[in-house]
Design a protein around this ligand. Structure first.
Ligand SMILES: NC(=O)c1ccc[n+]([C@@H]2O[C@H](COP(=O)([O-])OP(=O)(O)OC[C@H]3O[C@@H](n4cnc5c(N)ncnc54)[C@H](OP(=O)(O)O)[C@@H]3O)[C@@H](O)[C@H]2O)c1
Length: 281
């Protein structure tokens, strides 16, 4: 897959436990061509994502390189210490990132990962920068195509990381996008300006009231789509790639079809007034 052709929607694999492999196979057979995971056994079965990729290749003829594969380095604070850790906890942060990456390659049964994200800031800006520089080094060594960060809600931290890595900015930011953080307006605007891909989570669950918002109801009625599809489409229209982690095959399909919903010609003004920067695409 060309990385210039960034996915419009990404299948998320958190909280699927033993069903992870089966659900990833179903999602890809439905048409998803991008999968998000993390080297964090607390919430993800990265090894079962790897099993799914192998099943897709051997049983369904879908090659590994047809799928945009994204994983994350999770620092110790985000790990469950009662489960096997993907790296030596006593190692330096740089070594932890390298070891986590090796664990991901093994789990995912692949020689190449398309995107590696820092799952969240560490306890200090300096430690966060050390982890970021270790991730950037993997990109410079051509081991990953894209690098990014998650759970960063202050654009100043994005600038700090970029400057601290000699000008290498994140290719991707993956954040909560919901009413509770005012749609992460500052970071979304920063990403749109800097050409950084913004991926959203909590897109559906974070703002339950949105399902009944008059603009969403109107779009759903006029476009014969579901409110969930309308929300995904608005995100895409702004330039956001939503993560969709449905366990339901009908919902999986709905998510995929969202990008084909035509929002042109709506007569209710600016449909994005309640979710952030004006539509870009
Ligand atoms: N970086 C981070 O810290 C972080 C944090 C959280 C999540 N993530 C990533 O984001 C992914 C998505 O997580 P999420 O928190 O946004 O929630 P989600 O796992 O996508 O699930 C949201 C809920 O929405 C429902 N749903 C999904 N698609 C739907 C549709 N088309 N119509 C109606 N209902 C639908 C699901 O129910 P059904 O299963 O019944 O459809 C589920 O109850 C995760 O799997 C993970 O990859 C990352």
């Amino acid at each position: 897959m060309s990385i210039t052709n960034f996915p419009k929607i990404i299948y998320g694999t958190a909280w699927k436990q033993d069903a992870t492999a089966d659900l990833v196979v179903k999602a890809v057979l439905q048409g998803y061509r991008a999968v998000d995971t993390a080297c964090q056994p607390k919430h993800y079965r990265e090894d079962l994502v790897g099993e799914a990729l192998e099943t897709l290749q051997t049983k369904h003829g879908i090659a590994r390189d047809e799928i945009f594969l994204q994983t994350k380095f999770t620092s110790l604070d985000g790990q469950d210490r009662s489960k096997p850790l993907p790296y030596q906890p006593s190692a330096s942060i740089t070594t932890q990132v390298q070891q986590s990456f090796q664990t991901s390659l093994r789990n995912l049964r692949t020689a190449r990962i398309n995107a590696l994200l820092l799952h969240g800031p560490l306890r200090t800006a300096q430690k966060t920068l050390e982890a970021w520089n270790a991730i950037v080094a993997l990109k410079k060594e051509n081991r990953v195509d894209l690098v990014g960060v998650s759970n960063v809600y202050d654009p100043r931290l994005l600038t700090y990381l970029t400057e601290g890595a000699g000008g290498v900015k994140p290719d991707i930011v993956q954040n909560r996008w919901y009413e509770g953080n005012d749609w992460d307006r500052d970071v979304v605007a920063y990403c749109l300006k800097e050409g950084i891909h913004y991926e959203s989570f909590w897109t559906l669950t974070g703002s339950p009231a949105l399902f009944n918002h008059p603009s969403i109801v109107k779009i759903a009625e006029s476009r014969s789509c579901t409110p969930a599809q309308a929300i995904f489409r608005i995100a895409q229209q702004i330039g956001i790639t939503p993560l969709a982690g449905s366990k339901n095959e009908k919902h999986m399909k709905d998510g995929l079809l969202a990008e084909h919903i035509d929002l042109n010609g709506l007569d209710d003004g600016n449909i994005t007034e309640f979710v952030g920067p004006t539509a870009q695409a």
